[in-house]
Every structure is written in C-alpha cells, then in structure tokens.
Design a protein around this ligand. Structure first.
Ligand SMILES: Cc1ncc(COP(=O)(O)O)c(C=O)c1O
Length: 396
C-alpha cells in the first residue's frame, strides 16, 4: 500500500471536513417515494429525488422488473454486440422511439454513458462542438473525450454567442449544438425554439439531453420538445431512465435510425460495457406505459411545482423561476447550503445542498425537486421547514 497517497488524501478530506463541505451519505431502508425511512431518523419527506412521477415504487413498475428478473436473470453478462441484446432491450427501444416520436432509440446503462457515446461518436476532425456553459458534467466530460476541430462553449443560454460561434464555422464543417433541455442546477429550460431556428439557418445538428425534462415537461410528459411544440423536430435526444421513467438506471439516445445504427457500430460505452440489465429495461418500459395511461401524473407534477414555488415565496424565500420540477433557492456559501440541508433534515425534510464545485463559488443552493407523489401537506411541510431553517441562518 502506498502510504503517501493515503496520507495525501486524508489531509485533503480533513480540509473538506474543516470547511464544512464534506458530503456524508444518508442510508435509506425503504423504497424511494414521497416519504422514505432513513437509518437513524425514521420517516423523512424526500424533496430531492428525481422520482418526478412517483414511479420508482409503482406496483406495475416493480412487477415488470421482477418479471424481467425471472424471465431473463440478473443481467446480460455481455455487451450488446457479443451476446448481450435481449428482447426487453428491443421492446424498450421501440417504446422509447414511439414515445419520443423519433425514428429509433438505443439504450445504455446510464445517460452519462449515452452522452459519452453520442458526442465522441458523432465528432471528427471536421466537427465543431457548440455547448452551453452550464451543460451537465456528463456532457462536459464527453466533449473532453471528443476530438473536434474546435469547441465553442457559449455563456449560458446566450444565443448571440451561439450564433457568433456558428457564423465562425466553415460551411463544410459538421456543427453539433449540445444543450441540456432542463438545466439541472438552475431548473430553467434551453431556449429551444431559437436554438432550432439557428440550427436550421446554419445547417447544424441539435443534441438535447432531456434527462430532467422527459416525463416532466409537455402535456403528455414527452419532454422539452413537446413543451415548445417541437416534438419530432430535435435531431437527437439523450435522456435517463433513472429519473421520471422508473428511477432505476439507464440512458438512451433517440433520433434517426442512421444515428442509432452508427452508435451501435462505434460507441465505446456500448461496444465495451455490459448492456442494461433486462430487469431494468422491463421496469422502464412499464414506467412509460404507466405515464401514457396516467397523464394526470404529469399535470399533478406541474401543479405541485407551482405550489411549492408559491409557498416558498410566501414565506420570504426567493426560488429561481422556471417551468421544471427543479426549484433551487440560492443561499450563497457552500457551508451555508450544507448547514441549511442539515437543519431541514433535523426537521424531517430531506433536501440536498449543492455548492462548489458542482455550482460556481458563491451560488450554493438548496435544490428542491418536486414529485407527483407529493401531497399538498408534503409541500406545505417542506416550505415551512425551509422558511424556519432560513430564519435560523439569517437568510430571510
Ligand atoms: C442533464 C443530465 N444528464 C445526464 C445525467 C446522468 O444520468 P444518469 O444518472 O442516467 O447517468 C444527469 C443526472 O443527474 C443529468 O441531470
């Protein structure tokens, strides 16, 4: 064992603890839901999960997973092209393509992997990547893995800068515009109509990671494209199965058949890593079915998000505006965000504080995430606890 490495890391961890920025885990002993059981604390109200539609513990989603486990075993024991393509993969991919109104879809074990697949695979030395500065870490890292002619990181949602970037490209270059559909730390939406318009003018390809929009936005939960009336108009969508669509794990790329075919041929996360476990594919497919059969979950989620924003504002807090189910309250300092989330947990509300390096220094926040599983009483409890904690910390 290299003692010097252990000593160096221990010193660094000690610094995080001294600064109050060390993250510790809370262990759950019940399924993800509006209320969960937490080791050492009993029942707590969850306000920071991605279980947007409350499907993580839905009986049909759970039963489909058990059915998949019994029919296909624990996993694929292989990557897709060797001997790891199972019937549930094809069924899920066809369901996803139908749901998202794309020609085809292909799956990965996570959206992180889906982004790592699509961005480097579609990038060559004649490609310019144009990416929003606040895109998710998986997009940032995927761009780092790519070898384009040039990268243009435009300031968040600054479409004048995006246009300038497009204008500076050679006409023969492939131009990939990459954006989150819903920005995960702010909860705001990409300015998709203008982005699509720019893409058409400059012959660019639009790639949208709709991890926080799928199941959440649009009348029927089809995501940010549906929200803006652009269903079927986005070149390529990526997203996760680990949030609204059952919450287990998994990611997808949805778009033209040629894109999905090429990813199957070339994308390293599919060529060199095991396929999504069939049990997870079965659960995700069941989640889409529940969503289609119960569109009222999507409208309840929207109502719940608006109610929480109103309650927080009425208590003197200032949540960021937005149409998504992400409701951040900026507190400034990272240690303050962590202290506020501890106070909230002491009062039975589980909501995580985010600070540097996840968000820029000085913009640490408490990020509420709303679920269709929340009742009005849950939202009132969360808002009241937040107002009390903010008062204790002198933030009101
Ligand atoms: C915008 C975005 N993309 C990708 C991911 C990663 O998804 P997964 O957990 O499926 O890897 C997340 C998860 O937080 C996300 O918010």
């Amino acid at each position: 064992m290299n003692q010097r490495l252990v000593d160096d890391l221990s010193e660094e961890l000690g610094r995080l603890k001294a600064a109050g920025t060390y993250k510790s885990f809370n262990t759950l002993t019940s399924p993800m839901d509006a209320v969960v059981r937490m080791e050492g604390r009993g029942d707590v109200l969850v306000m920071s999960s991605n279980n947007y539609l409350g499907l993580a513990s839905h009986p049909e989603v759970v039963a489909a997973g058990i059915g998949g486990l019994q029919a296909y075993g624990a996993g694929t024991a292989s990557v897709r092209f060797i001997c790891g393509t199972f019937q549930p993969h094809l069924e899920l991919e066809s369901e996803l393509a139908g749901f998202l109104r794309t020609e085809a879809a292909t799956t990965y074990v996570s959206c992180w992997n889906a982004n790592e697949a699509v961005i480097p695979s579609l990038t060559d030395s004649n490609t310019v990547i144009l990416s929003d500065a606040l895109n998710h870490a998986s997009i940032i890292d995927s761009i780092r893995l790519s070898q384009p002619a040039r990268k243009v990181i435009y300031p968040h949602s600054d479409l004048a800068q995006l246009e300038a970037g497009l204008r500076s490209c050679d006409p023969g270059q492939r131009k990939l515009i990459i954006t989150d559909g819903v920005f995960s730390m702010e909860g705001d939406l990409a300015r998709l109509p203008e982005i699509v318009d720019l893409a058409r003018r400059f012959d660019a390809v639009v790639v949208v990671d709709d991890s926080h929009g799928c199941g959440v936005l649009g009348k029927t939960g089809r995501g940010v494209a549906e929200h803006f009336g652009l269903l079927g108009e986005i070149d390529i969508l990526t997203g996760t199965l680990g949030k609204a669509l059952g919450g287990a794990a998994g990611g997808y790329v949805a778009g033209p058949k040629a894109v999905c075919d090429m990813l199957t041929q070339r994308s390293r996360p599919q060529l060199f890593s095991n396929a999504l476990p069939p049990t997870v594919a079965c659960s995700a497919r069941a989640a889409i079915r529940v969503l289609l059969n119960e569109p009222e979950r999507v409208s309840r989620l929207r109502e719940n998000s608006a109610v929480l924003r109103d309650l927080l504002r009425a208590g003197g807090l200032n949540p960021l505006e937005g149409d998504s189910a992400i409701v951040p309250v900026i507190v400034g300092d990272t240690a303050l965000a962590i202290r506020m989330s501890k106070l909230l947990l002491d009062s039975g509300v589980f909501v995580t504080g985010f600070g540097f390096p996840v968000v820029p220094e000085g913009t640490a926040r408490i990020r509420f995430q709303v679920s269709a599983a929340h009742t009005r009483a849950h939202l009132e409890q969360a808002a009241a606890a937040a107002v009390t904690a903010a008062g204790t910390l002198g933030l009101l």
